[in-house]
Design a protein around this ligand. Sequence first.
Ligand code: GLU
Length: 544
Amino acid sequence: MMSWWPRACQRCSLTGVVTRRGPRCPSNGRGELQFGAAVRGCSSSSSPSLQGEVRVRFAPSPTGFLHLGGLRTALYNYIFAKKYGGAFVLRLEDTDQSRLVPGAAASIEDMLEWAGVPPDESPRRGGPVGPYLQSQRLDLYSQTAQQLVESGHAYYCFCSPQRLELLKKEALRAGQTPRYDNRCRHLRADQVQEKLAKGAPHVIRFRLEAGIEPFQDMIFGWNRHEVAQVEGDPVVIKADGFPTYHLANIVDDHYMKISHVLRGSEWLISTSKHLLMYQALGWKPPTFGHLPLLMNKDGSKLSKRQGDIFIQSFQRAGILPEALLDITTNCGSGFNTNRMGRRIDELISEFNPSKITTHSALLDLEKLPEFNRIHLEQRIGDEEQCLLLIKDLQVQIQQAYTAEIQDEEVLHEDYIRRVLHLRKGHISSLKELVSPGYSYLWVRPSFSSQQVAALTSEAPRIASLVLRLIEERGEELALDQLSKDLKTLAKQTKATKYREVMKLLRLALSGLQQGPSVAEMMVSLGPAEISHRFRKLLPLSETS
Ligand code: GLU
């Protein structure tokens, strides 16, 4: 299937097409649609200006902390920017001062960094088109609003909140959708001047014109929303002098030279309004692509009140960022194939925007541990990443078992590395390793003589066999060899069956009845610790 790519190739200016293999230029030899940095060799794009480059932005309001839906929007923007050699901008839309949540702005940026999708330009990092915080760009919005007033595309509105409330009530009583009746559109210039001179409270409204041009959305295709028929003229500058979202958003996208606006599909309906504003200002609009929403598995809305969808909660729960990125892209679209275990580089190389569908993405969080297991295994397999996991685990072990650790050896890097390599593929989170089921790795177990007696009367003999075996095998214990050795060992006991022998060994090693294989436990603990634990089963006369 081929669909039109709404952006022209910068090399030849032909409109690109989107094929199964991604955006393609119909004319150039390599078939790739040329974007931004991809055309650095091209004379037309060698200027240092941002003109022509792919520039996308994530524009959250710091009225709350970053949640999965937000991360997903940021991620698609990030992938798009990196795929086409462009820039990923973080802009914080903090114009609704009454709803700001303290700490949210800093936390959003922290979480993007943590998730591995860091912005190239942001409030913290700065950049060529800053500031990146809307509250620091107020002059730009009022200048633009003035420009709109002067060209007759916007007007001062002096309607009182009481009048607006009354209009609303009347509409509701008549079963209609409330909308402003555009009364102040018709004020004469001298009336406006008089009210302004008296300091009458006012807002600025944008004049919505009928006859909207259709636009082509990258994902939803051709679209048109006759806003003037359903809405009253929208406020662009509020009574407090702050802009509304609609104005601030287009002003910033223009001045920040945003080439593609990739945002949630809830904004699709507002785009015609935004395009009217671009037209009124004589600005070229960016290309729009509206991403389908992220929903719960059952199709219900992903509620922020669930709390557990905030990125910080996942971070605290020991979820790896790459597992979060993987699950959010896996349940959505934009890739030729869906597979688990993709890391950011693979997400970028396998991304195909023509594959983004209009269906909502259904998120099954029950699969998250499985995603985490796969990515944890990948991290353990990477020497550098593994070292970071070791450091993390050292802290967790100390926190969980401070007073009980008898042998500092368990905090040793090599010991923890061995444990991680033996457990990779089995555990979904590092936190599991400090849970009671794995306490035997860090502290010596306690069990009673009754527990031993319930299993066998041959405990001292079995213990001596284990001690002899460990001595023979030396420092290096290998899993396969040890499994065979244990089978042979069990045959040497007279009255105890293999199953009971294993239960006894497990008890002596861990104090537990379940866990990894006995051989694995022994390889993890190493010869010295195994000897220590089995000597306890010998009669007192033999332990010295
Ligand atoms: N501040 C808006 C939001 O938080 C941005 C919407 C857009 O990307 O245009 O959803």
